[in-house]
Design a protein around this ligand. Sequence first.
Ligand code: ADP
Ligand code: MG
Length: 614
Amino acid sequence: MMNSGQPMFIAWGPQRILLYNDGYSAMLGPRHPAAYARPFFETWPEVRDSVGSLMDRVFEGEPIHMDDLTLTLHRNGYPEETHFSFSYTPVPDEGGGVAGLFCACTETTGQVTIQRRQVAEAKRERDRLFEMSRDLFGVATFDGYLTSINPAWSRQLGRSETEIMARPFSDIIHPDDLAATGDVVATLREGKAVHQFHVRLLKADGTPIAYAWSAVPEADVASWSFYTVGRDITEDLRREEIVRQGHKMEAVGQLTGGLAHDFNNLLQAAHGSLDLILRRPDDPERVARLARNGLQATERGAKLTAQLLAFSRAQKLELRPTDMTGLIAGMNEILLSSAGPLVRVAVDEVRPGLGVMADPTQLEMALLNLAINARDAMPEGGDLTIEIAERMVDAESRPSAGAYVEISVSDTGTGMPADVAARAFEPFFTTKGVGKGTGLGLSQVYAMASQAGGTARIERHLPRGTTIVISLPLVRTAPEAAPDHAATGPSVTYEARKVLVIDDDPDVRRFLSASLESLGFDVVVAEDGERGLAALESAEPDLLLVDYAMPGMNGAQVAALARARRPRLPIVFASGYSETAAIEEAVGPTAVLLRKPFGVSDLEAVLGDALGTR
Ligand code: ADP
Ligand code: MG
């Protein structure tokens, strides 16, 4: 022991008399040489508490090892932090007891220093990432406050760090994204991580920035906090939008061929019918038949444009609680006629008061599209069944949890092979020949459902028959009477009701006055806004029917001036789909719209509503 370079000592007897070698004297510093042959704790009083009981155990026969003891040594003439591990070994006496304690000390200062340097380096790197990153790093509590954030937050949002942390983080979240954030926080609270969710933050000036976030809850639940990282995805979204636009243009290109063909066909039908009427106008039965043909063709055209508009989203969706009983009853006839004579149609009884949140016109069109698809799939005939059921959706599924109404449209037709089913909802995907299919039917169904907060899916597609399920948010409605599509002549008489018609198109004016007169109205016409407003004074009409798109003053401007003079005058706008938003902006959501193209019965219905006679 005395010849070893490694520090060693012996503590001998009950007094723990200290004997040591030269290696150990360096550790004693100025306590050497006085410490030699003196009791251990006389030299080391400061470690009596930590080491005393350990030594006692060694004297009872138990060897003990201690790792990393920190000591301040003066071995080089100045105080120095050092690290040692000690191993205490009992030295037996002849009688089987313990006479002393032998200790070998190993210095670990070098390893400890290296380890410390590595840890510090790693921390410095992490801090640098934290400081430099353009991504937002944050720690937040479930009470809704950020407790630690990196500088990117203030750099990107133009808000000070204190401001960001002083207020609940919901204050800087885009209001439309608060609900989604709530869902994410709930998931984190359950101890689950959430990735790739999009939430926009608001800059100090209110401009939103889109971020994709990941978040993980702190492993220790009691800490009540989570870590989150957000990446600015403005640029990604912009690029995606460009690609999407590109696809759309491509799709529109593809479409043109098919559509031009379709339109030509129906123009041909309308043109032909009118031509035939002109040639022999004096046979009323034949005229009526030809007029019906012509009408059918234009109705098909109107459906086509409506589908196109729905696709381009130019048409504003008007979501409202829609009673299913009324809607289905109103569609009975059109469903029967579009299914054709070979198909048996069965429609479920709808429970009264069951309604959905949807745009009723779009929903009708969707059902019609499904009926037409079913008919096409059953050229030899078959069964078309419409079923309506309530369903609760739990939190795991999409769309979000809640009560839904599922409208299933089933047929017993050819069914869809898997590859067709996989693409059937794509716009312009069709397996039908040119002029037969546009590929817009199911895409309209899907767009309608998802815009209303629901979904559409193909339930069963093989071996025979198809079921398409539209699922829409459930609402309770007061059952309304089914609109009476079958009505022919005027159902109410509008005696002494005077309508002022303002339209720049002479054909439309002629059509309107003839129709209105046939319904029993008095009619005054004007060809532009100025003349119309003059007639408003002179003729004192009970209702104003005004075209929206006109040279000079447009319909909304005319309406505003007319309202100023006659605040209680009912005003009806004749407009194309795409003008809805502009009219509502000018007149408010209460604007009454008569959508082009319209027929006499539509005219009667809308005017009746506006006059409060229905
Ligand atoms: P289109 O009817 O104009 O072809 P859709 O979007 O309505 O366009 O339908 C897309 C395709 O999906 C159809 O061409 C057809 O192949 C398939 N499909 C849709 N509905 C049915 C159905 N009820 N039975 C069989 N196949 C269908
Ligand atoms: Mg179709």
